[in-house]
Design a protein around this ligand. Structure first.
Ligand code: HEC
Length: 423
């Protein structure tokens, strides 16, 4: 409680319109919208704005006022802003977690009846432009048509982009720009060297295709996007490689929240690496095998683990956990050859709808011989509100959304690699 009084006092003292009468009585004035608006701008409006992924805007007092009780609840439970990795495990870039002080200020504002305060104290309004965050890309690609996913539920669709690359292309970043931000929940950029994706597309009467079939895919982990995410740029000299002859495939997870589903045409911008290429960032993963992953109906907590030994010194740039509906928690750590451990990621409250890729602030160095261990916990009881089966049924590993997976994906490169390849 002390902390909250202090935070409010500091903000109020810094505010232009301090209420002197109240200050004399040593009761700090309640926070106003001017106090919470900068927090909304910093932590919420990337999604909570017109055309954003969230169902309402938090750009103005008028927008925020009707939602105050839900806002208080969602920030108190830390369900909003969505940021799944636990504090203290992995030093990630662009952390979206609210500080306890910020949560206390928002709660105090709601408890005080959400006063508007003096509009002159408001921070300057934010400008959101449609332009690319990283500047004009070297190449912009899209599917060439608009697609409306079915209303009322989640669906996953794959689109083949109309471009292949006559020679290897080295990228420093991929930026994803969803066409209909309110329904696009997750985009992964992948490549296909087999031509299978084009055949699957041709066989499906609608734009794109649903299934993965036997497509040889390779996650461009840093070409993945979730609402509110900023594109990741590899350090100088490190690049993603799009192999000669490959086509890019967009995997889009749609999540329409109302019957009015706008058509989507998601674009990606490719940024070429301009410097000599020293390292190629590779996608790696550690997954429990599908055969081992057996989750009996009704079981409340069952865990599966898997580990791998790092064959040569590596630097890890980004990481993601992957489970489906029954996943409750996932943890990954690295046990170094000297016995010390590094926590890689911990998601104590797994939610399929908020799976993100998390970039490390500094690459994580993993010496040869390091063991990467991952453990996932599942709840296949009727108490799990995410359980897609009622009554619960036995679930095993597999590719369907109602099957399960357990593992981590990451992007890394050999520490000692010095290719010196021209871009
Ligand atoms: C990364 C995007 C994103 C950010 C950042 C974000 N939200 Fe949300 N928010 C959503 C989406 C999307 C929903 C809709 C529910 C869902 O799909 O889970 C939502 C739902 C909500 C709801 C409604 C919950 C309900 O079920 O009625 C509240 C309240 C909320 N957000 C408040 C906030 C606040 C306050 C912040 C900032 C402190 C914030 N959100 C930051 C995306 C975001």
């Amino acid at each position: 409680m002390k902390r909250f009084v202090f935070a409010v006092a500091v903000i109020a003292a810094a505010g232009a319109a301090a209420d002197t009468a109240r200050r004399r009585a040593a009761v700090p004035p309640p926070p106003t919208f001017a106090t919470v608006a900068p927090l909304f701008q910093q932590h919420c409006t990337a999604c909570h704005r017109p055309g954003g992924s969230a169902p309402f805007s938090l750009m103005s007092y008028k927008d925020a006022r009707p939602e105050i009780q839900q806002i208080k609840l969602m920030v108190s439970t830390r369900e909003m802003p969505p940021w799944k990795p636990a504090e203290g495990c992995g030093e990630f870039a662009d952390v979206r977690r609210l500080s306890q002080d910020a949560i206390d200020v928002i709660r105090a504002w709601v408890n005080a009846g959400a006063p508007e305060g003096d509009p002159r104290d408001l921070p300057p309004p934010q400008q959101f432009s449609d332009s690319w965050t990283l500047g004009q890309p070297d190449l912009v690609l899209n599917t060439g048509f608009h697609y409306s996913p079915p209303a009322g539920g989640d669906s996953i669709r794959h689109f083949v982009l109309p471009e292949s690359f006559p020679r290897d292309r080295f990228l420093r970043a991929i930026e994803v720009r969803p066409g209909a931000g309110e329904i696009v929940h997750h985009v992964a950029v992948m490549f296909d060297r087999t031509g299978n994706s084009a055949a699957l597309d041709a066989a499906d009467p609608l734009p794109g295709f649903d299934a993965f079939a036997s497509m040889e895919i390779d996650y461009g982990i840093l070409g993945a996007w979730v609402p509110g995410a900023r594109p990741y740029q590899f350090p100088q000299g490190v690049a993603l490689r799009v192999p000669a002859g490959a086509t890019l495939v967009l995997q889009i997870h749609y999540h329409p929240q109302s019957p009015a589903v706008p058509p989507d045409q998601t674009e990606i911008g490719l940024y070429y690496q301009r410097d000599l290429i020293d390292k190629i960032a590779d996608a790696g993963n550690v997954f429990v095998s599908w055969g081992e992953l057996k989750i009996p109906a009704g079981v409340k907590d069952i865990a599966f683990s898997r580990s791998m030994v790092v064959p040569e010194d590596k630097d890890m740039y980004a990481i993601a956990g992957h489970m489906h509906y029954l996943g409750r928690r996932i943890d990954a750590r690295a046990v170094l050859p000297d016995g010390t451990t590094k926590c890689l990621i911990s998601i104590p409250d797994w939610d399929l709808h908020w799976q993100g890729y998390y970039a490390y602030r500094e690459p994580v160095h993993l010496p040869a011989g390091t063991r990467i261990e991952v453990t996932g916990h599942y709840d296949n009881s009727a108490d799990n509100p995410q359980n897609p089966s009622s009554p619960p049924r036995d679930v095993h590993g597999g590719n369907n959304a109602t099957d399960e997976m357990c593992g981590i994906e990451f992007s890394w490169a050999p520490s000692a690699q010095h290719l010196g390849v021209p871009p």
